[in-house]
Write a protein that binds this ligand. Structure first.
Ligand code: UN1
Length: 502
């Protein structure tokens, strides 16, 4: 079964509609209606995909880097042409507002541009040798097939971060998308795979849709896959990481976040308010970079709270069908996510939190909830705040104006370490936030929010966020193997460290 909307989008993309099956029901989170019922791959299909990827690697690694970059350039061109239709599919399948969905496809295009440039600029160092007539250098070589496990919340962009880099590095990619978002993965694969087929590398990009047990677990354990890049919950990372480590392969984990914004007494509250609202309620609180905790200097707490409550009142009028650009808050992904929102709000109340805004589920079909602000009582533990509930709930707590260190300690006092932000007009405060005693997160922003990173930086976080870095800067290194090479151009054979061994 395939809905008329999905059928029409695939047709608009110039793709045959996906094969229907009876194993996987794909729900539209905004209405609860079924978008498609798809088949799922079994263990044998996953095994065959890994075999094909291993064979594809021997061909792809021989292709010159800039020629691989040309293939990624074509990926970006294709995505530019189909940006709007692919964004509409993202919106239909995961409920992300259409404006944000366009941003997600733009993020794919941006990483393709970045990777294309990288395909001509990756270099290695030359080192000075201690031995006469010797030269040392390092080179970066293709690694092998990459398994990319992606999450529902960025169903295509995070795959693109991985795929664009992997391809220019000479590595085929097997994509295991979230079972909440297989359709946009199939559409992306359908759009981009022909580029590789035309170039004689039909298995450079593959997709395997299946369960964790049948498909993900065997591939994670497969010795033919030297790198597993996985985005999702900390719980997922705790399963994947040890299996990959046990076979001494590499994992790149991009897991949960419990991100905070600190607002000090000097902060520009106009900027802070806007950043907090987007950070906490954008994507209905379902980004790994979502702002979940807010620490505010006591002297500005009443005013900032007043502004936030007013903004959330406006947000309340713009919750609805994400296909309509006037709505900026779409639904949660599924009934389970809605139930976790309800449970967290109930517990917040029971633990003495005050609901300043939102707190309710919207009736009717679809998994809509209200963006919610919880004022946490000062000076006592509030363990709920340390948990990542993947929903638009913002916990607010005050700190003494002259005790920025307390706010930084609260920022750091959770198991995850993904993103963080400080709003301040004080140079001393921002330097402290960035110091070794400052934020312990992979991302530390000043005067902008926790979410919405550009692709040019390395994206990822510390502690239970998993330590991986994806996307920009030198993240490409995860997808290559480094080789240190020394060449002796002299006619003697001196040993290093001055050892004489005649
Ligand atoms: C994620 O939620 O997994 O920084 C990725 C951001 C986006 C990426 C989020 N560029 O919010």
């Amino acid at each position: 079964m395939l809905s008329a909307e999905v059928h029409a989008i695939f047709t608009e993309l110039g793709l045959a509609p996906p094969a229907v099956g009876d194993a996987l029901r794909v729900e539209d989170p905004s209405s609860g209606s079924i978008l498609a019922v798809l088949p799922m791959a079994d263990r044998n299909a996953a095994d065959a995909a890994v075999g094909r990827a291993a064979a594809a690697f021997t061909a792809l690694r021989a292709v010159p880097g800039p020629v691989r970059g040309e293939l990624v350039r074509q990926m970006g061109d294709k995505l530019r042409v189909h940006k709007d239709a692919l964004a509409r599919l993202v919106t239909a399948e995961v409920g992300k507002g259409i404006e944000e969905a366009r941003g997600e496809v733009q993020e794919m295009i941006d990483i393709c541009d970045f990777a294309t440039g990288l395909s001509r600029t990756i270099g290695g160092r030359t080192m000075l040798s201690e031995r006469p007539g010797h030269r040392m250098f390092e080179q970066w070589l293709p690694l092998g097939p990459v398994l990319c496990i992606s999450a529902f919340n960025f169903p295509v962009a995070v795959w693109a971060w991985n795929a664009a880099l992997a391809i220019i590095c000479g590595d085929p990619v097997i994509w295991k998308p979230s079972l909440d978002a297989p359709l946009c993965a199939l559409a992306t694969q359908g759009l981009l795979a022909p580029i590789f087929a035309n170039a004689g590398h039909p298995d450079a990009l593959q997709i395997v849709i299946g369960s964790d047990t049948d498909v993900a677990a065997p591939m994670v354990a497969d010795p033919r896959i030297p790198l597993v890049s996985a985005t999702g919950s900390c719980a997922m990372g705790r399963k994947v990481g040890p299996v990959v480590a046990a076979r001494l392969a590499r994992s790149l984990l991009e897991l949960g976040g419990n991100n905070a914004i600190i607002v000090d007494a000097t902060a520009n509250l106009d900027l802070a308010t806007r950043a907090i609202v987007f950070g906490a309620a954008g994507t209905a609180g379902q980004r790994c970079t979502t702002t979940r905790r807010l620490f505010v200097a006591q002297s500005v707490l009443p005013e900032l709270t007043r502004r936030l409550v007013a903004a959330y009142r406006q947000l309340g009028e713009r919750i609805g069908d994400p296909r309509d650009a006037r709505n900026i808050v779409g639904p949660l992904i599924n009934a389970g996510a809605k139930a976790r929102f309800v449970a967290a709000v109930e517990r917040a109340r029971a633990d003495g939190g005050e609901i300043l805004a939102g707190g309710n589920v919207r009736p009717g079909p679809g998994h809509y909830v209200e963006p919610t602000i919880v004022r946490v009582p000062d000076g006592r533990a509030f363990p709920l705040m340390d948990e990542e509930t993947f929903a638009p709930i913002l916990y607010v707590r005050g700190f003494a104006d002259d005790r920025l260190g307390d706010a930084i300690a609260m920022n750091n006092g959770v198991e995850q370490g993904l993103s963080s932000a400080l709003f301040s007009d004080s140079v001393r405060a921002s330097e402290r936030f960035w110091s070794p005693a400052g934020s312990d997160c992979g991302i530390a922003n000043v005067n902008l929010g926790t979410s919405g990173a550009e692709i040019g930086g390395a994206f990822g976080g510390e502690k239970a966020t998993g330590g991986g870095r994806e996307s920009g800067s030198d993240s490409w290194k995860a997808y290559m193997r480094r080789q240190t090479c020394t060449v002796n151009g002299s006619d003697a054979l001196p040993l290093a460290q001055g050892i004489r061994w005649d």
